[in-house]
Structures are given as structure tokens and as C-alpha cells.
Design a protein around this ligand. Structure first.
Ligand code: UD1
Length: 352
């Protein structure tokens, strides 16, 4: 019988690509999403790609009664992938209580349900933000780099949620946890049927670039060219969302196949595994913009402005552990990734 995975936030950007990967891997998927930052058409896109409709339960993870019904209805579940969360760094500074309540409350409810209904495997959607600005000696960033004080409530919720999962795994020996720390996910499915659709003015670089190319924005503002990097702009590890999605399937497979866990710190939490998901290569903001212009033939007017508060100068992953232990690698060339982002933007804006 097909294994069944419940995916919270499954109509979101990374969630929807992961649902596609799971379905292509033969899993049955139940999406739980309150559609606060997505819409029902995402399910149509997933169905068009995979030829099968995933189940969508339109439920907020904070609504414990409704969540209970979902777990009851779809039992037995083999695993949960928990994406559902608010993710805008700036907004989290303005509305910290909303972020703490939503991001932490959701995970607590999901864990309560898992324990109650005997679901023992969870993949948690974490972020490289937990590392802050790593010291030079920790670049590229491995899973052993120290977690540093968070720079925003958003980042802090990721850290607190990781701690909650460690504590839960310690107390409940049947639980197995995989923490996936993403670097900067970009791009869209090659079909252009699903992709990133931010509400309002995008905070993240790639949606701003594609919206500028589509004529929705006058120009891109590049936040700072006086960093200690070769061209002065910040460096990130941009990872293709389709590659990232596949890592989730590998993580679920690994937990379900009961593969041996590597002991990581803290030492009593060997049923918790952490993986950094990136390409291992850092690219600057200007490299991204120039490569985008070259591969798409679109002009991106931009101006250099002051630094953005809270930005980290440079960070990129060591994906060595994920490569070795999960048998996963981010392989898609950046040119192809940037083109996929543009193809998606063109489709949703009806540009030929
Ligand atoms: C940050 C977090 C990431 C989190 C994400 C959520 C870090 C290292 N990363 O990503 O974990 O999941 O927020 O939103 O803390 N830029 C411009 N102009 C723009 C937009 C961005 O120059 O209009 C630059 C930024 O200064 C940065 C780079 O582009 O150097 C990437 O920015 P963005 O896409 O917002 O991602 P992060 O801030 O790296």
C-alpha cells in the first residue's frame, strides 16, 4: 500500500513542489493548509503535473479541533512534513506575537496529533537563518556550525521549533525527526504550473527580479555594495526549489526505512537528524541579476542603495552531509533555475 504523508503548508511555495515530488515517488499526500498565503489553484497545478489530485484539507494548524478531525480521517499516516508557517522576516519584527503564536502553536498542535494518532516521523522546514552570520572558519556552513542568536522573531521561531523537536524526540522515544535547514530556495517547476507567488511587494530577491522583468516594478534596489565580498554585494546559496523538494522525499524515505541515525549534538538526541540543503556555492546579488539578464534577455534596471537592516554578508552551505547521508544533491545549473523563475512569472502575467 502507498505510504501516506501529511504535508502542512502543502499549497505554499516549497510545500507544493514537495507534494509533486512525493506524488511522483508514489506517496499518497494529504495537504493541510489554511490558504493564508496561497490558493486552491495550486492544487490544480499539482494535479496537472502529476495526473492525480492530492487531498486538500483547508484547515489552520492552530485549530486543534479541525486538525484532530484531519488526523482521524486520514489515519494511518506514515509521516508529516511541516511547512505551515509565516515567513516574512520584516513582518515578524512588526508582529512578533503573530509569528510566535502561529509558528510555534502550529508545531505544538501537529506534535500533539502525531503522538495521539501514533505518527512517528516528522520532517521540519527549518532555515539557514539559525546560523546567523557564521565566522569565516565556518564557511561553507556545516550542520556543526553554532546556532547563533536570532536576528528576527521569524528566525527565533525556527530555533525554538528545532528545540521543541529535540525535546519531544528525547521524551518520546518513538519519534524520529529530520530538520532540514534550507538556504535560499528559488525557481519554479519546469512546467511553470506551480511557483512562488508572494503577496504584495516581494521581500525576497528572485520574485522582485522577475516582477521587475515583467514590468510590475520599476527597478530593483540592490541592498548594499560595500560588503566584504568580491563585488561588494551579499552572497547567498541559491537552491532550486525542485532540487530542494526532492530532499524531503529522501528524508521521509530514510526515516521510514529506519536507516541508522548519525549521532549529532546534543548527544542524547540521536533520533534527530539535521541537514543543510544548499548547492555549496555562493552567488552575489549582482551575479544573480547579471546571470538573469543574460539567460532571459530581459533588462533589469537596478540601483545600489544602502544595506538592508539585519542582512547577513555572506553564507553558503556545505551540503556534504546531505549528499553523503541522504544521497541527495542539488544539481540544476543556476541558468536553468533562473529561466524557470522567469517562465513562471511570464505564465502568471500572461507574457508571451
Ligand atoms: C532570509 C533568510 C532565510 C529566510 C528568508 C525568508 C538568512 C541568511 N536568510 O533570506 O533563512 O528563509 O529570509 O524570507 O537569514 N536583496 C536585494 N534587493 C531586494 C531583495 C533582496 O538586494 O529587493 C538581497 C538581500 O540583501 C540579500 C539577497 O538579496 O543579500 C537575498 O535576499 P532574500 O531573498 O530576501 O533572502 P535572505 O534575506 O537571504
Amino acid at each position: 500500500m502507498a505510504k501516506k504523508v501529511l504535508v502542512t503548508g502543502g499549497t505554499g511555495y516549497i510545500g507544493s513542489h514537495t507534494v509533486v515530488s512525493l506524488m511522483e515517488g508514489g506517496y499518497e499526500v494529504v495537504i493541510v493548509d489554511n490558504l493564508s498565503n496561497s490558493n486552491r489553484e495550486v492544487v490544480d497545478g499539482i494535479a496537472a503535473i502529476t495526473g492525480k489530485r492530492p487531498i486538500l484539507e483547508e484547515v489552520d494548524c492552530l485549530d486543534k479541533q479541525a486538525l484532530t478531525k484531519v488526523f482521524e480521517k486520514h489515519a494511518p499516516l506514515d509521516a508529516v512534513i511541516h511547512f505551515a508557517a509565516s515567513k516574512a522576516v520584516g513582518e515578524s519584527v512588526e508582529k512578533p506575537l503573530l509569528y510566535y503564536r502561529n509558528n510555534i502553536g502550529s508545531l505544538l498542535n501537529v506534535l500533539d496529533m502525531m503522538l495521539r494518532f501514533g505518527v512517528h516521523h516528522i520532517v521540519f522546514s527549518s532555515s539557514c537563518t539559525v546560523y546567523g552570520q557564521p565566522d569565516k572558519e565556518h564557511l561553507p556552513v556545516s550542520e556543526l556550525a553554532p546556532v547563533q542568536k536570532a536576528l528576527s522573531p521569524y528566525g527565533h521561531t525556527k530555533q525554538v521549533n528545532e528545540d521543541i523537536l529535540y525535546a519531544a524526540a528525547y521524551a518520546h522515544k518513538e519519534l524520529r525527526v529530520t530538520l532540514l535547514r534550507y538556504f535560499n530556495p528559488i525557481g519554479a517547476h519546469p512546467s511553470a504550473l506551480i511557483g512562488e507567488q508572494p503577496n504584495g511587494v516581494p521581500n525576497n530577491l528572485l520574485p522582485f527580479v522577475t516582477q521587475t522583468a515583467a514590468g510590475l516594478r520599476d527597478k530593483l534596489r540592490v541592498f548594499g555594495n560595500d560588503y566584504h565580498t568580491p563585488d561588494g554585494s551579499c552572497i547567498r546559496d541559491y537552491i532550486y526549489v525542485v532540487d530542494l523538494a526532492k530532499a524531503h522525499v529522501k528524508a521521509v524515505e530514510r526515516m521510514l526505512s529506519n536507516a541508522l541515525q548519525e549521532t549529532i549534538t546534543p548527544p542524547d538526541a540521536e533520533r534527530v537528524e539535521v541537514f543543510n540543503l544548499g548547492t555549496g556555492r555562493g552567488l552575489s546579488v549582482l551575479e544573480i541579476v547579471n546571470t538573469f539578464m543574460r539567460v532571459t534577455g530581459q533588462n533589469i534596471p537596478y540601483e545600489i542603495v544602502g544595506r538592508r537592516e539585519g542582512d547577513i554578508e555572506q553564507v553558503w552551505a556545505s551540503p556534504e552531509k546531505a549528499n553523503r547521508v541522504l544521497g541527495w544533491k542539488a544539481e540544476t545549473p543556476i541558468e536553468q533555475v533562473l529561466l524557470s523563475a522567469w517562465n513562471w512569472e511570464k505564465r502568471i502575467r500572461h507574457i508571451q
